[in-house]
Design a protein around this ligand. Structure first.
Ligand code: GTP
Ligand code: IMP
Ligand code: MG
Length: 336
């Protein structure tokens, strides 16, 4: 079994969903496993111009032959899950949830809605934080004890043995890690690759590729520090407007890459390659380009931007996003 892992290097929303959907389109994997906190995440996938927003299911869902797993460490909100199954008309036989996954209920959401502290942090109001508190307190109800999830429940780690190629989908971003991020302005769990592996139950020796997804600039939703933050007027002037998938909030933006943070992300998560997204947002003329040589010819600046990232982080940029659609991507075959 070959296991690869995707993780976000910044504050979430780096475009993991789009990169994973590209893999699904190419049928790289037969199993996609959600790791990370839970339905606080919102991945956007654009396929053939149609937009899909996912919070609970893996972003590889557009490959109809792929199986979709949710790891033991991931929270499940059954309401969100069933909405996605219905909206995207997914065959339920493809969905598998670990029997030890924790379940979010209405009480968790109302606790978060009423919490002044959660408001100060700027949480997603999805009940994830309070559910994790219950898990630590060993009073959280698990999937195996939830009737409506019965048909999906299994031992995910053992089921994965049926597959030859598996992708672990990390969610959120490294700077939102409860251990390594901008505490207390972080999410409720660690969001490093090691944590994603633990969420699914995969040992470190099993992993082949570790794909670090990073945006060509920096965005953040919720409160907490953001170096060189732009004003709302500046965000609009530079056409860097983006709205949160889960909360609809305007994402905060810094036009820079924060290399000291990215270096730490590399140190802790040991990526084998980088997927650089939204390069077209900084260099409009490269929109839709699918070939690295063509990028080089079209914009020397964009090319140098990529080379500089490789020089600073000492990791190869293998994938480059040149538009929101899952086929607007450069894959550099010269990089293993
Ligand atoms: P979380 O799991 O919540 O951290 O989200 P995510 O990493 O899946 O990212 P999300 O979809 O929330 O945000 C990324 C945004 O960038 C979405 O609006 C995508 O459609 C868009 N996007 C991703 N890659 C590209 C790209 O290469 N170019 C452009 N123009 N947009 C992109
Ligand atoms: P919580 O995870 O809902 O408790 O929110 C804590 C912080 O993490 C807030 O700043 C959220 O905006 C942020 N956050 C949580 N999940 C995501 C995500 O998937 N993308 C971006 N930010 C997130
Ligand atoms: Mg998101």
């Amino acid at each position: 079994m070959i296991v690869d892992v995707v993780f976000g290097a910044q504050y979430g929303d780096e475009g993991k969903g789009k990169i994973i959907s590209y893999f699904a389109m190419k049928k790289y994997y037969s199993a996609y496993v959600r790791a990370g906190v839970g339905p606080n995440a919102g991945h956007t996938v654009f396929h053939r111009g149609k937009k899909y927003a996912l919070r609970q299911l893996p972003s590889g869902f557009l490959d109809p032959d792929a199986h979709l797993y949710i790891g033991a460490g991931v929270l499940v909100n059954p309401k969100v899950l069933f909405e996605e199954i219905e909206n995207f008309e997914i065959d339920k036989k493809r969905i598998h949830i670990d029997y030890n996954a924790g379940v979010i209920n209405e009480r968790h959401i109302s606790i978060e809605l009423g919490s002044e502290h959660a408001k100060q942090i700027g949480t997603t109001k999805t009940g994830c934080g309070p559910a994790i508190e219950d898990r630590a307190g060993r009073r959280l109800v698990l999937a195996k004890d939830t009737d409506e999830l019965k048909e999906f429940v299994c031992d995910v780690r053992r089921e994965l043995e049926k597959h030859r190629r598996v992708l672990v989908e990390g969610s959120q971003g490294f700077m939102l890690s409860n251990y390594h991020g901008t505490y207390p302005f972080v999410t409720s769990k660690d969001t490093s690759v090691s944590a994603f592996l633990a969420d699914v139950g995969i040992g470190p020796k099993q992993v082949s590729d570790i794909i670090m997804v990073m945006k060509s600039y920096t965005t953040r939703v919720g409160n907490g520090p953001l170096k060189n933050e732009l004003s709302v007027e500046e965000i609009k002037k530079y056409n860097l407007e983006e709205y949160g998938t889960v909360t609809g909030r305007l994402r905060r933006v810094s036009k820079d890459l924060h290399f000291d943070d990215l270096e730490k992300a590399v140190l802790v998560n040991t990526p084998t390659c980088i997927a650089l997204t939204k390069l077209d947002a900084l260099f409009k003329e490269i929109k839709g380009i699918k070939n690295f040589d063509e990028l080089k010819i079209t914009s020397k600046e964009a090319y140098e931007f990529v080379v500089n990232i490789e020089k600073r982080l000492k990791v190869n940029v293998k994938y480059i996003g040149t538009g929101p659609n899952d086929d607007e991507i450069i894959v550099r075959d010269e990089i293993p």
